[in-house]
Design a protein around this ligand. Structure first.
Ligand code: SIN
Ligand code: FE2
Length: 213
């Protein structure tokens, strides 16, 4: 399909102190990122994880990199092994690394070297409740979050769950980077609206790069 916005240059939108949206930053790499997602999922399939409280998450997840975010009976953890396949998570593809590197630099974080990439797949209705990314040992490093496919409403708050929320639509190719003062800010995704996207059909994918060391 002809994408009238394919040549649109990326632009930046400040979100909070230490947090910025790099609009369309990943558009040029989107096709290869998506191809890699499908390849990775052949090795470590998407699965709906069950929280320690017994709730099956609506978002389907997998990981790549040296460590992957997962759940077990006791809590949330980063594991070098995919509990479903009992094999290491697949390695992080070069195009993932390069994008994360360029995005973190563009956002002003110089030395971000992620060892983990969580891959989220949203089908219509899937959501991610308000949460903090706080299972990483290294909170000095930012989070780099890449949106692909269908648009979704991202909520970004503050250090307290009750802090006021900013709601922004994240679209295909948008990258959000948050760190420093906003590293532990609450955030989430509202239920995905059904639709069709030329690159991902009825899904939204999200890549979040983290440094867990
Ligand atoms: C996350 O918080 O892990 C993902 C956010 C998103 O899907 O944009
Ligand atoms: Fe998160």
């Amino acid at each position: 399909m002809l994408d009238l916005f394919a040549d649109e240059a990326p632009w930046q939108e400040p979100l909070a102190e230490g947090a910025v949206i790099l609009r369309r930053f990943a558009c040029a790499d989107a096709q290869s990122l998506i191809a890699q997602i499908f390849r990775l999922a052949e090795q470590s399939p998407f699965r709906q994880m069950v929280t320690p409280g017994g709730y099956t998450m609506s978002v389907a997840m997998t990981n790549c990199g040296e460590a992957g975010w997962t759940t077990d009976k006791h809590g949330y953890l980063y594991s070098p092994i995919d509990p479903q396949t009992q094999q290491p998570w697949p390695a992080m593809p070069a195009v993932f690394r390069q994008l994360s590197d360029a995005a973190s630099k563009a956002a002003g974080y110089a030395d971000f070297v992620p060892d983990a990439c969580l891959i989220n797949r949203y089908a219509p209705g899937a959501k991610l409740s308000l949460h903090q990314d706080k299972d990483e040992r290294n909170l000095q490093q930012p989070i780099v979050s890449v949106s692909l496919g269908l648009p979704a409403v991202f909520q970004f708050g503050g250090l307290k769950r009750s802090d006021p929320l900013t709601r922004v639509m994240l679209e295909h190719g948008d990258v959000v980077v948050w760190g420093g003062p906003s590293r532990l800010f609450y955030h989430g995704i509202l239920p995905l609206k059904a639709g069709r996207h030329p690159a991902t059909d009825e899904f939204r994918f999200n890549l979040t790069f983290r440094c867990t060391r």
